[in-house]
Ligand binder design. Structure first.
Ligand code: FEO
Ligand code: CA
Ligand code: CA
Length: 637
């Protein structure tokens, strides 16, 4: 077995150009100085070889727990409903009020970041954990379920609890002895929710596209939601991405809307609410308030160190279903921010700032995100590519083609990208940047419509029709500010029968990606709940996280999640000795794929998973877990 892997790796290395590291690419990686600890990282790189040292774990078939390799420990750390500071405790029957939920962890943890607070010279023993709460399972959030479980009991209080269960958490964490604790009370602790007041900046601020009855000047937006993944800036702020915002708006009639508004709703799939908020909060009725959806689908910046700071929606980065955002610093100090639009046949974008970053810390640098050019990727068949600028008046982004100004181009970034001829991808998800080479890695989670009837068929960047299992690609550029690139398929996921090129442990539907400072690529999977452990997906078991050597391609399974969960969000302390991973929506499927399985309901919320509390009358809870090595060593070694 080992020999097989060795020969596969050899073949891969001879095919792939070996990366050439240089001082300029190190700068290009642009590690935030607040995170840098460059010396430590360099030492780690030199002394800890090979990159992957742990014994991989097997696939988990319907195991309702987190499993990590021998020599590692995973502990539950921060569950939905746990207080962010000295707030109220979680009630296992879900009877916490909306007001209580506001002081507790939201649901459906997603991407996570660690912001060090120096402690006796260490950057790795005290800090802030900041994470997104992407969406909710209303059946579990309330004692008698959501609008679909108890339609006659869908109250304003329930809508508010759902809105408060969305957004972002900031918690303070500290290492005590060899364990980690949440600091309570904490002056840093904070929740952003679907109703938090936010400012808006960039070309769309104040324009007619985002003016509403409640905000006639288009300057104050209430809330952020469906915050899938995130990003950091080199100046130490947090970037929350707004993904499937369309699912929160209801459109019951359209006759009174302009043709432009109607076509915008169509392009952004704004039609039907999955949550029912419009029954109790009118702004989510997009028939009545057609500009309200234009206020979502952005990247939101805030300063996690200042609990009073007002978050700002940065419109120059475009409006689409932002999965996450990753950045690189160019040789001249200008910045690139990469973000993909997670829907079938959507695009990969890159914003290049106009001004250079001066290396200082703090939110005042955020204005660099307000001025610059949003680009979208075209992948040519020969392995080269181009970043196409989305600038009003150029490349057909003109009045004749339905664009009125730059704000229009950004609000309707998808349409602008259509117009300039970007390449439709197989649900592009996370983007991450290699800290040494500056190479950009992007996951394509799946696209079963590829090649169907009138849909685009496979091409070299999306090489499989009916792409059930997904793939990853890499982009190489001279500099962060380059507008041309070379690209390659990194791995085709799935099984050998479907042409998998994974070297080592198998997986399907790559989603979360993060490369640590030692160069390990952490890859997380999102096989959808309806497919998990069933049919041809049963061979991949529960969702998982793998560690990949980006040079050799060798892939080892590091973690498997509980039943029905997605594994999403991972961060490591600068000393690489503590890792946090988020476990999202355990038990999301409606019943287990086994004979005689009971159906999950508001009355039986734990029919499919009872992780992490395992109480007889309990319910599954999304949670952050903390992973350490028994010998206090480097994670992954
Ligand atoms: Fe929220 Fe695209 O995953
Ligand atoms: Ca995701
Ligand atoms: Ca996903």
């Amino acid at each position: 077995m080992e020999k097989d892997i060795d020969s596969l790796i050899e073949r891969r290395l001879s095919r792939r150009q070996v990366l050439q590291y240089s001082a300029s690419t190190l700068l290009a990686a642009g590690l935030p100085t607040v995170f840098a600890e460059t010396t430590i990282s360099q030492q780690l790189k030199q002394t800890i070889t090979p990159l992957l040292g742990f014994k991989p774990i097997p696939i988990a078939h319907l195991i309702d727990d987190v499993v990590v390799p021998e020599g590692y420990r995973a502990e539950v750390f921060y569950r939905w409903g746990d207080p962010v500071s000295s707030g109220p405790d979680f009630k296992m029957n879900a009877s916490n009020t909306a007001e209580e939920q506001l002081q507790q962890a939201g649901m459906h943890h997603d991407a996570i970041q660690f912001y060090p607070l120096a402690k006796e010279g260490s950057q790795s023993e005290h800090g802030l954990l900041v994470m997104n709460h992407e969406y909710i399972d209303a059946q579990i959030l309330h004692a008698d379920g959501g609008i679909f479980d108890s339609p006659d009991n869908y109250s304003k209080e329930k809508t508010l609890k759902e809105q408060y269960a969305h957004g972002v958490s900031v918690i303070e964490v500290r290492k005590i002895g060899d364990g980690w604790q949440i600091v309570r009370p904490s002056n840093y602790a904070r929740r952003l929710t679907a109703v938090t007041s936010m400012q808006v900046s960039g070309p769309v601020a104040g324009t007619a596209y985002i003016q509403t009855e409640a905000d006639p000047f288009g300057t104050e937006i209430l809330g952020t939601f469906n915050n899938c993944s995130n990003g950091i800036t080199p100046w130490g702020t947090y970037l929350a991405c707004e993904e499937n915002f369309n699912d929160y708006f209801d459109v019951s009639y359209t006759e009174h809307l302009t043709a432009k508004q109607q076509s915008s709703f169509k392009r952004y799939d704004i039609e039907h609410s999955y949550y029912g908020w419009h029954h109790n909060d009118e702004r989510f009725d997009a028939s009545k308030h057609p500009n309200e959806p234009n206020r979502f689908g952005w990247i939101v910046e805030f300063d996690p160190f200042n609990p009073d700071s007002t978050p700002i929606k940065r419109t120059a980065l475009g409006r689409f279903s932002h999965e996450n955002v990753a950045h690189k610093v160019g040789n001249d100090g200008r910045l690139a921010f990469y973000s993909a639009d997670d829907s079938k046949f959507e695009y990969v974008y890159k914003f290049i700032s106009k001004q250079a970053w001066d290396g200082s810390q703090g939110m005042h640098n955020g204005q660099l995100l307000d001025e610059g050019i949003l680009h979208v990727a075209r992948f040519f068949e020969d392995g080269t590519g181009q970043w196409l600028p989305l600038v009003f008046g150029h490349n057909g982004l003109t009045v004749d083609n339905g664009f009125d100004d730059q704000a229009d181009v950004l609000v309707h970034a998808r349409k602008a990208a259509d117009q300039v001829g970007a390449t439709p991808m197989d649900r592009p998800e996370w983007v991450t940047v290699h800290p040494d080479s500056g190479e950009v890695y992007i996951s394509m989670t799946n696209n079963t419509q590829r090649g169907n009837n009138d849909k685009p068929s496979s091409n070299t960047a999306n090489p499989r029709d009916n792409n059930k299992f997904g793939h990853t690609i890499t982009i190489k550029e001279q500099d962060a500010t380059s507008t041309v690139f070379d690209w390659d398929v990194f791995a085709l996921a799935g099984d050998e029968q479907h042409g998998s090129t994974i070297i080592g442990d198998s997986y399907a539907n790559p989603d979360g990606l993060m490369i640590d400072s030692r160069g390990v690529l952490w890859l997380q999977t999102d096989v959808s709940s309806s497919k998990l452990n069933a049919g041809e997906f049963s061979q991949f078991g529960n969702n998982q996280m793998l560690a990949v050597d980006p040079n050799s391609g060798e892939t080892r399974r590091f973690l498997t999640g509980p039943i029905g969960c997605e594994v999403t969000g991972v961060v490591i302390t600068p000393d690489l000795k503590t890792m946090w991973v988020n476990i999202q929506h355990p038990g999301e499927m409606s019943e287990l794929p086994i004979k005689g399985a009971k159906k999950k309901s508001a009355q039986l919320p734990n029919a499919t998973s009872n992780w992490p509390d395992f109480q007889p009358n309990g319910r599954p809870r999304s949670a952050t877990i903390v992973i350490t090595k028994d010998d206090a060593g480097i994670i992954g070694s």
